[in-house]
Each structure stands twice: as structure tokens, then as C-alpha cells.
Design a protein around this ligand. Structure first.
Ligand code: NAP
Length: 283
């Protein structure tokens, strides 16, 4: 079994982004790339993710502008904040750290981000670009992370049967569309899918993005498959685990990404890949 090591690839991506930033700054008069992170509330998990982003930024020579708002912030205030960041020439990428409270209209807030600064690829403009196979598409970080991981390990996507478990707008659907863009034949599964085991066993590439601890067992897989585990779940003992029962399937499948250490680190490096591209376009 091949372990699809996202941490290792994240580190390689950090080195290459660091060189790309340094080289560009040598050849051009430009400010350092800067990512604005808009946070609402103080969820511990958001804090941990933002810290990872700050550490990665430091590694590659980028900056982070962290804007924290209380839980009770109004939609109008957030929209005004994003409009200011759109105009701020020293900011090249803007993300809203999710989740945000349910009372706020998430898509309306995200859609305020200027598409050129939308490094999470979640504005309606970017989603449409992904949908229409537009070459200006910014792949959402998790989807880009999944594709990069597969490509790094020379796993062929074209013509393969890919099954994605999960159909959320933020994770499952962008991953499915990204795989389709790479010419896989894609099936999307969800809670109402009949006979999930049968569907997942049909896959050459199985992506689990359900947010359900150990949903994928040995009965859902078959020999030769490549498994990408996007899920991040926490056990009662606060251990991070994926959607796949890693121990149960690792000796059956051909390749698998672990949790932690798989798609998670790739999501961070992919976000900064998008930031560096956006920075170059804006200079
Ligand atoms: N690794 C990373 O960098 C990264 C980044 C983002 C998110 N994540 C993780 O990815 C997971 C999914 O996130 P999300 O935001 O997409 O979650 P979500 O909005 O809750 O969506 C979960 C999706 O999975 C489906 N699902 C849930 N349980 C299922 C089951 N038992 N059988 C079949 N389908 C099932 C749901 O189906 P229905 O539509 O029918 O309800 C839904 O479409 C979470 O664990 C999240 O933490 C990881």
C-alpha cells in the first residue's frame, strides 16, 4: 500500500512557493503576498486552522491580515469589511474562515469578495467558472489538494471511475467537479444513496468527504483502489480521525491518504498556491 503523504507534499509545496515568491520579488517591485482572513467568533477549531495558515505564510514569505469579529457581528458590517479589503491594494487574497454563525448569509458574504482575490474559489463567479470549465477557475483549496496529491503520486485520473461520498457546496461538489475536469467518470454519493457499499466498491478512486467517523469500512473497498480521506472528525478522546477506517482498509487498497497528515496539510498549501497566483495576477 502506498501512503499518500500530504505532509511531505505540503513541505515540498512550501519550498517551491517560497522560491517562487523570492524570485518574483527579486525581479519585480511588489509588496509581499498578503492573505486577509475574516473570522467570526472564536471557535477553537478555527483558531487552530488560522494558526496553521499563519505558520505556512511565514514559511513562504507571505503575510496574513487577521480580522476577528464577535459572534454577533452584522452581515452589513462583514460586507463592509470585505469591500474595504477588496479595495486594499496590499491585500491579494481574502477568505472567510468557515464555519460562521448560521444567522449570517454565508454565500452572500463570500460573494462580496472580489473574484480576483477569491483564493478559496468559493464566490459564485468562481463556482460558475469551475462549472463551465473556464480556464480562469480557482480550484477550492480542498479540491486542489486532492488533485495535487493524486498527481504527485502519479495516479492517473483520466478515464478512471471516481466516487465522491459527500455533496456539500464547499467540499464534495468542488472535488467531484475537479475530478470531472481531469476527465474521471464521477459518481457523487450522499445520505440517500442506496447501497453505498456497492457504489464505493465500484470506484478506482474513492474520495470520502462526509464528515462521518469511519463511515468507510473494509466492506466499502476493494483491492487496487486509491482512497482519499477528506473527513476530519474528532473522537470522544479528542483524536482526529477521518471518514475511512484506515486500519481496516489499509491492507486491502493500493493507496490511501491518512488523517491526520493527508488532505488537511494539502488544503493549506493549496490555499497559498492560489494566493501566490492571485498576487502575481494583481501586480
Ligand atoms: N481535509 C480538509 O482540508 C478539509 C477541508 C474541509 C472540510 N473537511 C472535512 O470534510 C468533511 C465534509 O465536510 P463538509 O463541509 O462537506 O460537510 P457537510 O456539509 O456536513 O456535508 C457532508 C456530506 O456528506 C454526506 N454524508 C454524511 N454522512 C453520510 C453517510 N452516512 N452516507 C453518505 N453520505 C453522507 C452528506 O449527505 P447529504 O447531502 O445527503 O446530507 C453531505 O453531502 C468534514 O469532516 C470536514 O471537516 C476537511
Amino acid at each position: 500500500m502506498i501512503l499518500l503523504d500530504g505532509k511531505k507534499l505540503r513541505n515540498l509545496m512550501a519550498d517551491s512557493l517560497k522560491s517562487a515568491v523570492a524570485e518574483y520579488l527579486q525581479e519585480n517591485t511588489a509588496p509581499q503576498p498578503k492573505l486577509a482572513i475574516v473570522q467570526v467568533g472564536d471557535l477553537p477549531v478555527s483558531k487552530a486552522y488560522i494558526n496553521q495558515k499563519k505558520l505556512f505564510a511565514e514559511r513562504i514569505g507571505a503575510k496574513v491580515l487577521h480580522k476577528i469579529h464577535p459572534d454577533k457581528v452584522s452581515e452589513t458590517e462583514l460586507i463592509e469589511e470585505i469591500k474595504k479589503l477588496n479595495k486594499n491594494k496590499s491585500v491579494h487574497g481574502i477568505i472567510v474562515q468557515l464555519p460562521i454563525p448560521d444567522e449570517l448569509d454565508k454565500q452572500k458574504i463570500i460573494d462580496t469578495i472580489d473574484p480576483i482575490k477569491d483564493v478559496d474559489g468559493l464566490t459564485a463567479t468562481n463556482i460558475k467558472r469551475l462549472w463551465t470549465n473556464d480556464e480562469r477557475t480557482v480550484l477550492p483549496a480542498t479540491a486542489l489538494g486532492v488533485i495535487s496529491l493524486l498527481q504527485h503520486y502519479d495516479i492517473e485520473i483520466e478515464g478512471k471511475k471516481a466516487v465522491v461520498v459527500g455533496r456539500s457546496t464547499l467540499v464534495g461538489k468542488p472535488i467531484a467537479l475537479a475530478l470531472l475536469r481531469e476527465n474521471a467518470t464521477v459518481t457523487i454519493c450522499h445520505r440517500l444513496t442506496k447501497n453505498l457499499e456497492e457504489e464505493t466498491r465500484r470506484a478506482d478512486i474513492l474520495v470520502a468527504a462526509a464528515g462521518s467517523e469511519h463511515l468507510i469500512t473494509k466492506d466499502h473497498v476493494k483491492a487496487g483502489q486509491v482512497i482519499i480521506d477528506v473527513g476530519i472528525n474528532f473522537t470522544k478522546e479528542e483524536h482526529m480521525v477521518g471518514d475511512v477506517d484506515f486500519e481496516a482498509v489499509k491492507d486491502i487498497v493500493a493507496a490511501i491518504s491518512p488523517v491526520p497528515g493527508g488532505v488537511g496539510p494539502m488544503t493549506v498549501s493549496s490555499l497559498f498556491h492560489n494566493l501566490v497566483e492571485a498576487w502575481k495576477t494583481q501586480n
